[in-house]
Design a protein. Structure first.
Length: 383
């Protein structure tokens, strides 16, 4: 299992799968999806390509066709393992598609986020098939942008539980934040820069809104989650103005609010509406509006769910130390899977450099992840 996991990881990292929604003209998932489908068939598993969005394929892998295995799928529970095929861009990286091993680390774009976890899931599915267990791998497209892949595959698969194999440093992640993107538009009046009294400076008018957002951040300190800490808001993008000598007639501010389990998009919209109402009260001439452009739900699973317990036991047996239950700092496809009624947990290898210039995944951690996923499948599906 060890060398097979490492070899598979190297092959996946060597395939360009930059998300074209992030990098115009990028390779996308077609080539890596074809590789996964071929590998799967060579391992005696079944592969189904799901391509609801042309050019953005995902692969569903099923263990049920493993030859020589006495099937237990009819009596046991089914388990879905989910990992994404796409990566972010490679700008400023040096030779990002050549997997390089230094010590016990493998470097390359996507090694950590998340081809290590995907390789571990595929190996675990192969091993589970040898025991006749019903394990499914969803190798999905577009997680780094709009999560088209996971939303499409959920129309094709059901399972009793799921593990999303994003990197968790071999901890058992039971929660992650959601996010809401909000566009705030401030209207002004254009005028010549030498005659400011004829105009309304929209960029200047945005200043108090930014200050109010900073105040909201302070208020959010009072809302704490035991594994995630607090929610927060930050200013992501700002644009406005025409040229240096013109009073700007518009300013658009895009903010991101990271939400906690139990918080909804409606809650966030009420927070922003109240904030803007207070800004208008302080400045009756302020012309400001807001709209939500994208929202993703937070995720949480109860500690006593059978899949959480199975992964915890498997992690402890594999690492030789008690499993750590934690929260993940990032958003993941777990929210969509849990939203479909499938109890879900996150578990993946250790490493660093997601979306960074230098990215690496631990080779021992990737192998340990594959071993733990296999043990969790035996526990959950065969118990």
């Amino acid at each position: 299992m060890e060398q097979d996991t490492i070899d598979l990881l190297k092959d996946l990292v060597a395939i360009d799968s930059q998300n074209p929604s992030l990098v115009p003209g990028a390779a996308g998932e077609s080539r890596i999806a074809a590789y996964v489908a071929d590998w799967v068939k060579g391992a005696g598993l079944a592969a189904e390509v799901v391509e609801g969005t042309p050019g953005r394929p995902s692969v569903l892998v099923r263990s049920g066709v493993s030859s020589g295995a006495s099937s237990r799928a009819d009596s046991g529970r089914s388990l879905l393992l989910c990992g994404h095929l796409d990566t972010v861009g490679v700008s400023e990286m040096s030779d990002p598609l050549t997997p390089v091993v230094r010590g016990d680390r493998l470097y390359g774009r996507g090694a950590y986020d998340m081809k290590g976890g995907l390789a571990a899931a595929l190996i675990a599915c192969r091993e589970a098939a040898r025991h006749g267990l019903e394990v499914i791998v969803a190798a999905v497209a577009d997680e780094e942008h709009s999560s088209l892949g996971v939303q499409e595959i959920l129309h094709h698969v059901r399972a009793d539980a799921a593990i999303v194999t994003e990197p968790t440093e071999l901890t058992v992640a039971t929660a992650h934040r959601g996010f809401v993107w909000t566009e705030i538009s401030v209207a002004g009046v254009a005028a010549h820069g030498s005659r400011p009294y004829l105009g309304v400076d929209a960029i200047m008018k945005t200043g108090p809104v930014l200050t109010a957002l900073d105040d909201l951040n302070e208020q959010l300190r009072g809302r704490e989650h035991p594994r995630l800490g607090r929610g927060f808001v930050h200013a992501s993008l700002i644009r406005g103005g025409r040229e240096e000598s013109t009073i700007p007639d518009s300013c658009t501010l895009t903010i991101e609010r990271r939400t906690l389990p139990g918080e909804t998009t409606d809650d966030t919209e009420r927070d922003i509406a109240g904030l803007l109402d207070r800004c208008r009260a302080a400045d009756p001439a302020l012309r400001v509006s807001s709209r939500t452009t994208l929202a993703r739900a937070p995720f949480e699973v109860a500690d006593d769910e059978p899949i959480v317990q199975a992964v915890s036991r498997a992690a402890a047996a594999t690492t030789g130390k008690p499993a750590e239950l934690a929260g993940a700092s990032y958003w993941a496809d777990a929210a969509f899977i849990a939203g479909a009624g499938i109890p879900t947990v996150l578990f993946g290898p250790d490493g660093d450099g997601a979306h960074a210039r230098e990215e690496w995944v631990s080779l021992p951690g990737t192998v340990a992840c594959a071993q733990a996923l296999t043990a969790a499948a035996l526990d959950f599906c065969g118990g």
